[in-house]
Design a protein around this ligand. Structure first.
Ligand SMILES: Nc1ncnc2c1ncn2[C@@H]1O[C@H](COP(=O)(O)OP(=O)(O)OP(=O)(O)O)[C@@H](O)[C@H]1O
Ligand SMILES: [Mg+2]
Length: 382
């Protein structure tokens, strides 16, 4: 319902929360953030801020009591408290049930297997030692990808194990899974949205170019440079996945297009996603407004891509740590079609996500040329 007085609680006050609050403000929707500090990006733009820990039962419960609707900008939240709030009649999107599956990469992968959703072959292990034993006994061959089951993000819970030496040097500890190395041709991200009326729309698939050192997405292109058939297949797969999870809100589906033309689901995120930032400028509805539409059961907005777009993540320059400065910003702002988003984190650190730049132009080639200039020119330093 379109109700400007409804209190929307958001767990997490990072940049995704900030951009969600900004979209809500356009409709005079009231947003309340729960996170550690009002100095975080969303603190400056929300209606109200509560200092607390979204992983703590009491903090989430007490925060949620005053809300009509609760959503997230990060999936590692206390779902027991969300379930209790659900019992109290609060609307929670995405559902705690879906969050519990998605938070644990092991359960997530099992979910794909059970629902016939294509994903790289995998096996769960109680400890990293069990994984090493499986390799020694020939059950798994190198190279393989090891992932920790919980709390991994921005590539931190992922290790590519290529050699016997990597099995010591790169091994991550704790409950984990082994995944076959997918022969990746292109990495895609496809954002689907669904509302309570079971309406589903899917944004144009995005191509993600991953930074080799940071294991972080550095450059993002929309539409992805794949065939129209693959675009259509990727959209259909994203729709299938959001329906399988029964999620209201956004679901970003990260996929691999393999060298032999298969689409495999890597992982999902049930919230606005880095790969959807470009929609603010380049699509008819931004992912943030779409998330609000979806969780408030409003008609979903058109997802038509107005023009090609490239998004560059502004990562903290290696070698710099401290109060942030954006060198070269003026030179970039002088260019047509270059939109700068600064998240408002006071301190930079190597590879920290500090902002992003969306570049739109008539053709993808043109946007890429400007993106190269932005990457060379704009530096996040101290
Ligand atoms: N099975 C695989 N085969 C080949 N490469 C993989 C595989 N799984 C992951 N990768 C590579 O590692 C990257 C990070 O993996 P994944 O998305 O699962 O981790 P993450 O920590 O959740 O990352 P992020 O938060 O950046 O999305 C992928 O984008 C891909 O480049
Ligand atoms: Mg990922």
């Amino acid at each position: 319902m379109f109700d400007t007085n409804k209190k929307i609680g958001i767990l997490g006050g990072g940049q995704l929360g900030k951009m969600l609050c900004l979209a809500a403000a356009n409709w005079d929707f009231k947003t309340y953030i729960l996170d550690a500090s009002p100095d975080y990006p969303a603190g400056a733009v929300c209606t109200g801020f509560t200092a607390g820990d979204f992983r703590h039962f009491d903090d989430v419960l007490n925060f949620g009591r005053d809300m009509d609707l609760i959503t997230i900008e990060i999936e590692h939240v206390n779902t027991d408290a969300l379930r209790a709030l659900e019992q109290m009649g609060k609307t929670i999107h995405p559902s705690p049930r879906a969050l519990d599956i998605i938070k644990d990469k092991g359960l997530q992968k099992k979910f794909y297997r059970e629902h016939g959703i294509p994903t790289p072959a995998f096996e769960l292990f109680e400890t990293e030692k069990d994984l090493v034993n499986a390799v020694r006994q020939g059950g798994w061959k190198l190279p393989l990808v090891q992932k920790t089951r919980t709390a991994g993000y921005d590539g931190r819970g992922v290790a590519v194990l290529r050699t016997a030496e990597d099995l010591h040097a790169k091994l991550l500890s704790g409950p984990c899974l082994a995944e076959e190395m997918a022969p990746i041709q292109t990495e895609l991200a496809v954002i689907a949205a669904r509302n309570e009326s079971d309406e589903v729309v899917v944004f144009t698939p995005v191509e993600m170019d991953v930074h080799p050192d940071a294991n972080l997405v550095e450059l993002l292109l929309c539409p992805a440079r794949v065939s129209p058939l693959v675009l259509a297949e990727a959209e259909a797969l994203a729709e299938r996945v959001i329906r399988a999870f029964d999620i209201c809100g956004l679901l970003a589906v990260e996929m691999f297009l393999t060298e032999d033309g298969r689409l495999l689901v890597n992982e999902v995120a049930p919230r606005p996603h880095n790969s959807g930032h470009h929609t603010i400028e380049s699509a008819q509805t931004s992912q943030f407004q779409q998330h609000l539409r979806a969780i408030c059961n409003l008609p979903l907005g058109a997802v038509t891509q107005k023009m090609p777009a490239v998004m560059v993540n502004l990562l903290g320059e290696p070698g710099y740590k401290g109060p942030v400065r954006y060198a070269g910003a003026e030179d970039c702002l002088a260019l047509e079609g270059v939109c700068l988003h600064v998240y408002g984190k006071a301190m930079t650190a190597p590879f920290r996500k500090m902002g992003h730049v969306t570049i739109t132009a008539g053709t993808l080639e043109e946007t890429l040329k400007k993106a190269e200039f932005v990457k060379k020119t704009l530096k996040v330093i101290t």
